[in-house]
Each structure stands twice: as C-alpha cells, then as structure tokens.
Design a protein around this ligand. Structure first.
Ligand code: ADP
Ligand code: 5SP
Length: 456
C-alpha cells in the first residue's frame, strides 16, 4: 500500500481537500465543502466543512493544512473562540491600520522592521480594532491564532503552533521572531502566540495516528504545490487576487504595495494582494444576466478595449492600492457601446489590469519574472486566459486546473512523513501556454491607469 497524504485548503469561500500518494503527489481522492459568505466567520464553520471530508482525511498517513491568511482567531484561556474570526477581506480596521502606522514610526519603519505596512487585512490591525471596539472581548483574549493554526490545533497539534509563512502575515512577526511590543501595542496586553515550527517539522498527531505538518498560509501553500522556481511569478485569481514569487531575501516596500512575507520552506514570498478578483467576474455575470461561461463568451465576442468602456474593479473597497472605502467605477458609456459584450469585456480587462499592476509592484521590488503562472478559480475562465498575455505583456502559463493550495499542503505533509531536509520532488503539473494575439494590442492599460489615478 503506498503512503497517502492529505492537504487542506481552508480558503475564504470553501474547504478543499486532496488525498495524494506521498511519493509523487498523484491525487487519489478529493472533496470540498462551502463556507458561509461574509468577512467574519465563526471558525466552527471551517471545522464543520473539514468534517465533511473526514473519511478521506482518515486514509492519510500525514496531513497538512493551508488556509486563508491573516484571519484573527481570538481564544480565551480555556481555548474557546471569543468572537467570530475577522477575515483578511474585512476592512473595518482601516482607521486602526492608519493609527498603528503612525504610532510605530511610519511606513518605512514598518517595512524595514516587519516587512509590511499595515492595511486593514493584517491581523495586527484587527487586534487594535477589537481593543477599541470590543474591550471585553479583547480582555478575554488569551491567545491569538490564524485560521490554519486553529485547524491544525483542532486536528491534534500538541500545542498552539504556526509556521513562518503564515506568521509573516500577522504584522507582528519578523524573520528574527515575534515582535511583542507590536502585539501589546495593538491589543493592550500580550496574548499567547503559536510557536513557529520549523519547515518540515511534525507538530503532532491526529486522532487516527496521522502525522501533522506545520501547515501554512494559502499563498505559501500554492507556492509549494506549484514547486515554484526562481523567475516564476504566480498570479492567482481566487476570492483575492495575488501576485507572488519566491525570493532569497525578505522584501521591504515602504510604499506598502508588496508584503514581504516568508514562504513555507525557509525562503521568502514577496506578495501583492487585491481584495477584488474572481468576484469581479461573478458580479459582472450577474449584471448581464448570465453565468461565468456566458460572461467569458460575451467578453470574447467584444473588441479589445470594450468599445471605450473602462472599469475600476474596486467593488468591495481595495487593499492594493490602499482604498478601503472605494467602490467600482465604469466610465466611457455611450448609446453606441452599451452592450452586454462590452460590459463583460470591461470587467475582464479591469480584473487583469489590476493584477498587471500587482505584477509591476513586484517588479519594482526586484522580482524579475521569466514565467507568469495563472492559477485559481478565475483562471478557469477562457476569456481571462485569452486576454491575460496581452494585458500582462508576457506569455502566460496556465497549469491544469487543480487545487494547488491543497496540493502544497499535501506536499508539506509528504515532507514531514519523509523527514528529509527538503520537500519531496513531485512532477510539475501539465500546463497550457498562451501568447498575446497582436490584434489585442490596445490602450487598455493606459486608460485603466488614467481612471485609477483620477481622484473620485
Ligand atoms: N469558469 C470560471 N470562470 C470564472 N470564475 C470562476 C470559474 N470557476 C470558478 N470561478 C470562481 O473562482 C472562485 C473560487 O476560486 P478559488 O481559487 O477556489 O478561490 P478561494 O481559494 O478564494 O476560495 C469563485 O469566486 C468562483 O466564482
Ligand atoms: O490576504 C491574502 C493574502 O495576503 C489572501 O490571499 C488570503 O490569504 C485569502 O485567500 P483566498 O481565499 O482568496 O485564496
């Protein structure tokens, strides 16, 4: 019997689980279950969603959990959840992000010390929001975990434990360790924080005797699942849009566009994240009364440039650029161009322009992309795959659709099982290559940048 490993992706909208052969990552079974909508969530919902895959999990010899980054899971001294977790896409702590920035020396000091400049997504700002708005909950908070830490603990970790990848998104961790003055400054006291496990360390055992991997944040999981190499830039279109690459040194961007995260292997993962990604497509589909395939077909039926329509896709506020109160904008509408095809095209172009900006921010921090890999639910859209090379200005590689975050968590579990210094080599996923159609060359990005930079 081959050894089996399970990888979990507990992301914003759902839980996905893959069961793989430890030796080569071949998937033998998979499962998924939805999470409730919203920007705060009782962690029990994640546990219940994971419970739906229990039979599959129990076949595994080792388990790894990757999950949405930054969510604040506040626990009391008995380990009970104090309030629903505030998620990465909850913007209520935007004012607290601004105060923390100023109180601790300004953006440059944050970038140099912590690797990021506070915005509402990061855990540290959520702690401050709770201290200011729910002082009784803050007082009862004895420990603060991230979503993957909590799930790993629920599965049987020997103690509260995290990994350096997810810890790097809290806003109170640096490669030298936790920064207690920042946690205290945000929450008003120092809660217990999870121990940061070494990459590849076993952190406990499940009830059925499987080894537990340290787990990680979902983007770090995707990097492991794809086996990222130098020169690879990933653009992921999930609930969030992210662009990231592996690096040997931490990033420090005082502009706050690039977060200097760590990865799950001991290296770094400079990353740009947007709040508006796949849902831009589903909202546009709803607007024109179709489904996602219908949106794609409509977008491909329109001319490049959407007949002069330009959209800013900041539907739910935006994180990059830092505009927590922004809304979406559509300009250039005339009786001549007011068609469902142009509206669909404008939405796809807007999403891709926002992600092309993200890749430019990475490049400004020294990342030199040789290959752009497109993953996430949004990469299933034919229109996205077709338009991406022209808007990114590079050929685009689309690995075959798969749950790369869950695969990365499974690879981490295989690593723990092997007890080796490096993760096992799993074969690279087959992919399709997309190049730009010269007829798609238009001034889409120029018009988008002009709208983005127009004060509204
Ligand atoms: N064919 C498709 N075209 C466009 N979007 C899609 C398609 N299939 C799935 N999606 C979108 O992908 C998103 C889920 O992607 P995923 O990467 O799993 O996100 P997350 O990890 O944040 O849950 C959903 O918003 C869904 O609407
Ligand atoms: O906040 C970030 C990265 O900094 C997001 O990427 C979250 O980690 C949520 O991811 P998805 O649910 O979109 O995968």
């Amino acid at each position: 019997m081959p050894m089996l490993v399970a990888g979990v992706d507990s992301s914003t909208q759902s839980t996905k689980v893959v069961l793989c052969r430890a030796e080569d990552g071949v998937i033998v079974a998979s499962a998924s279950a939805p999470h409730p909508d919203g920007t705060e969530c009782d962690p029990r919902h994640w546990w219940d969603a994971l419970g739906q895959a229990r039979e599959l999990l129990e076949r595994a010899d080792a388990v790894g959990v990757a999950a949405q980054q930054h969510g604040m899971v506040a626990l009391d001294d008995g380990g009970a959840v104090v309030r629903p977790a505030l998620l990465w896409n909850d913007t209520r702590s935007a004012p607290q992000a601004l105060s923390l920035r100023e109180e601790f020396g300004g953006p440059r000091a944050w970038a140099e010390r912590v690797g990021l400049v506070p915005v509402a997504s990061f855990t540290v700002t959520k702690l401050r929001w709770m201290a200011e708005n729910e002082p009784e909950n803050a007082r009862r908070t004895a420990a603060v975990l991230l979503p993957h830490d909590w799930l790993t603990w629920m599965l049987g970790a020997a103690e509260y434990v995290t990994d350096r990848g997810d810890a790097s998104g809290t806003g109170y961790w640096s490669p030298a360790g936790y920064l207690p003055d920042l946690v205290r400054g945000a929450l008003g006291h120092e809660p217990q924080l999870p121990r940061v496990a070494a990459p590849g360390e076993a952190v406990g055992e499940t009830e059925w005797g499987a080894l537990l991997a340290p787990g990680t944040g979902d983007n770090m999981g995707a990097a492991l699942g794809l086996g990222l190499r130098d020169g690879d830039v990933v653009v992921s279109i999930g609930t969030s849009g992210t662009a990231f690459a592996v690096a040997e040194k931490p990033a420090a961007d005082p502009g706050g566009f690039v977060a200097g995260f760590a990865d799950a292997t001991g290296r770094y993962l400079p990353l740009v994240c947007t709040l508006n990604a796949a849902r831009v497509l589903s909202s546009a589909a709803e607007l024109i009364g179709t489904d996602l395939d219908g949106l794609s077909a409509a977008a491909l039926a329109a001319e490049p440039g959407a007949g002069g329509l330009t959209m800013l896709p900041y539907l739910d506020g935006e994180r990059t650029p830092d505009r927590p109160d922004a809304t979406g904008v559509l300009t250039g509408l005339t009786t001549a161009n007011a068609t469902r095809e142009n509206l669909a095209r404008a939405a796809v172009e807007a999403l891709l322009c926002s992600l092309a900006d993200a890749v430019d921010h990475l490049a400004a921090q020294g990342v030199r992309p040789r290959r752009t890999l497109l993953i996430g639910g949004g990469a299933r859209s034919e229109a996205v795959r077709t338009l991406a090379p022209a808007i990114f200005g590079t050929p685009v590689i689309v690995p075959e659709p798969a749950e790369y975050v869950a695969l990365g968590a499974a690879r981490q579990a295989a690593w723990v099982l092997a007890g080796t210094a490096e993760p096992p080599d799993w074969p690279e996923a087959p992919s399709t290559h997309h190049t730009a159609d010269p007829s798609d060359a238009s001034d889409v990005r120029v018009r988008y940048a002009a709208l983005r930079d127009t004060p509204i």
